[in-house]
Design a protein around this ligand. Structure first.
Ligand code: BEZ
Ligand code: FE
Length: 295
């Protein structure tokens, strides 16, 4: 008598290896490797969880709803990857930086590719709402040299926690976005508004999942940056307000120690005049260090 293992039939014990063996003729070795790992881990999960048929159908319907929620401007699967910590893990394995280089974090869904290039020092807050903010710093390489000609693409939510693209017709187009280019000293500076925490889009299946898990959907206040320079690795990152109520519980796990900035209130009239503000403002100073381009 032969056992089912010897016969190669599918059993509870042999399930993963039977499926993996069936993929032996895959033309793409990487696909074969990826599917073997995913199959093994997925079968292991089913064996540990032992879902009922109803629970498995709930999982299928959740993924179906996640797909149906995606549009040209909303990507619910990325949001799912974000709240599972997978986006940050993929970022981590792809951005192991030499010591001294600035850390990366998630891109998020609110970047706009064609934001205007502005003169250094410009105010990206086009509606003058909220507490004015001056942001400045240097772009350096890991040897401490200033990086000339670095392209700095910045975007942020407003003082109520909304990006311009979420409030079309309420905020001006391209509000709180701009692209700047450093000169020979590697310095950058621009004006904006003190950002506020905000919820990730939570009116879909991912929001329902967070609620069922007893989790809030908030991201702590931050400014987004993409910094690119010839011969250096592109840096996609944020800087965060360490005093934000959600700093220790970011819904998408994007916070890192090295990305804390200080949002310093300034109400000295001489400094206000110096910075070109008629009212008290917050000052944020932050240098970025770009890693060498990977080989
Ligand atoms: C953001 O910071 O813009 C963001 C990141 C991940 C999910 C949602 C929003
Ligand atoms: Fe954001």
């Amino acid at each position: 008598m032969t056992t089912s293992h010897e016969s190669g039939f599918f059993t509870e014990e042999t399930s993963a290896e039977v499926v993996i063996a069936r993929n032996a003729n895959a033309g793409n070795e990487r696909l074969k490797q990826v599917m073997a790992v995913i199959t093994r881990k997925l079968h292991e999960a089913v064996k540990e969880i032992e879902p009922t048929q109803d629970e498995w159908m709930q999982a299928i319907l959740f993924l179906t709803e996640t797909g149906h929620t995606c549009t040209d401007w909303r990507q619910e699967f990325i949001l799912l990857s974000d709240v599972l910590g997978v986006s940050m893990l993929v970022d981590a394995v792809n951005n192991r930086k030499p010591s001294g280089a600035s850390e990366s974090t998630v891109l998020g869904p609110f970047h706009v590719a064609d934001a205007p290039e502005l003169p250094m020092g410009a105010d990206i807050c086009l509606d003058q709402k909220g507490t004015p903010m001056l942001v400045h710093g240097r772009i350096l390489d890991t040897a401490g040299n200033p990086v000339a000609g670095a392209k700095i693409d910045v975007w942020q939510a407003n003082d109520e926690g909304f990006y311009d693209v979420q409030q079309k017709g309420i905020q001006p187009d391209f509000n709180l976005r701009g692209v700047f280019r450093t000169g020979a000293d590697g310095r950058y500076w621009f004006k904006g508004v003190k950002p506020k925490f905000y919820p990730i889009p939570d009116d879909g299946p991912v929001g329902k999942l967070l609620a069922a898990l007893g989790r809030h959907p908030y991201r702590p206040a931050h400014l987004h940056y993409i910094i690119e320079a010839e011969g250096l690795a592109t840096l996609v990152t944020h800087i965060f307000d360490p005093d934000d109520p959600y700093i220790a519980s970011d819904a998408v796990f994007g916070v890192k120690d090295g990305l804390m900035a200080t949002f310093k209130p300034v109400d000295d009239p001489a400094r206000m005049a110096d910075a070109g503000f008629a009212a008290p403002f917050v000052e944020v100073a932050f240098d970025f260090v770009l890693a060498p381009q990977p080989a």
